[in-house]
Design a protein around this ligand. Structure first.
Ligand code: AMP
Length: 292
């Protein structure tokens, strides 16, 4: 595996692969890699000739400087994980490389219709930062496919919208959420949890599972209210628990009227903010079986 820090260098090498008609898969990450990230890399390796992973803690998507400062960073360990997984290129640029002062780097894209709820109002400016960085990284790597996790449901929906709306050639693959044994969704932020809280955090997954079961017999708003109540313990404090249409993020009243339904939640575990979700209806729409 080769590691590059400069935009011009990675562009040069990827162009040489493209000239040989090799396909390129790309996985944008912020590092502190875990099995969730590795699953994306493996999906790309299976499907493409060349796999590129970026590790870049994007300052423009953090709405709290404290969160940005505390974000775990360990490039050496990340590089070892990616090498072991069989990744071809690690792109680890500096902020100046991604955002050169002389260049406008964000696309013009109205995402208000996808940011009015859940992560949107709770993290002002976050998705604008995500769009800005993914757009820039896709321009640099020009991949055939980009791989993102279902873990960040609103994020991949917005990136899908960006790719379609801006008529970009890159296609998106969504990969399933990788979880700890107790059901806690893997996240770089889990490193900041104590062992005890990490164990107790199964309460988030358990509430999502309960919501999936309950949707057969109970009204969505009653399920949401119960989850908000159950998730408020001395240690955990839910910001939201919403059952929404998986395309529009609008609230559900009658589940029969929707093809894709997802329950999304953000829960504070002391000072660590955890997000998770579960598809309650229409899993096959995100993970269609591959044609043989
Ligand atoms: P991050 O480094 O947190 O920005 O995440 C980079 C990519 O990895 C995003 O597309 C995430 O959705 C994805 N990801 C993060 N955690 C998981 C997980 N537990 N399972 C699958 N994908 C994940």
């Amino acid at each position: 595996m080769k590691t590059y820090k400069r935009v011009s260098t990675i562009k040069k090498y990827l162009a040489s692969h493209r000239r040989k008609k090799q396909t390129i898969g790309f996985i944008p990450t912020m590092g502190a890699l875990h099995e969730g990230h590795v699953s994306l890399a493996k999906a790309s390796i299976e499907e493409n000739d060349i796999t590129v992973v970026s590790v870049f803690v994007n300052p423009t998507q953090f709405n709290q400087t404290e969160d940005l400062k505390k974000y775990p960073r360990n490039l050496e360990k990340d590089a070892a994980i990616l090498k072991e997984a069989g990744v071809d290129y690690l792109f680890a640029p500096s902020v100046n490389q991604v955002y050169p002062l002389s260049k406008k780097t964000g696309p013009k894209l109205d995402i208000d219709h996808l940011t009015f709820s859940m992560e949107g109002p709770n993290r002002p400016g976050h998705f604008e930062g995500v769009v800005q960085v993914v757009h820039r990284l896709v321009k640099i790597t020009n991949p055939d496919l980009i791989y993102m996790g279902q873990k960040d449901f609103q994020q991949f929906t917005i990136i899908q919208y960006m790719l379609t709306h801006l008529k970009m050639r890159t296609r998106l693959r969504v990969c399933p959420i990788i979880r700890e044994e107790n059901g806690l969704a893997m996240s770089s932020r889990n490193q900041r949890l104590s062992k005890k809280i990490k164990t107790e955090a199964s309460i988030i997954y358990n509430n999502l599972v309960a919501a999936k079961k309950a949707l057969k017999s109970k009204k969505p708003d009653a399920i949401e209210r119960k989850a908000m109540k159950d998730l408020k313990t001395g240690v955990f404090d839910p910001e939201y628990f919403e059952i929404v249409d998986g395309y529009t993020f609008k609230k559900i009243t009658n589940p029969n009227r929707h093809k894709l339904i997802v329950a999304c939640t953000a829960v504070w575990a002391k000072k660590v903010r955890l997000i998770d979700n579960m598809i309650l209806k229409g899993e096959h729409l995100l993970y269609p079986k591959k044609k043989k």
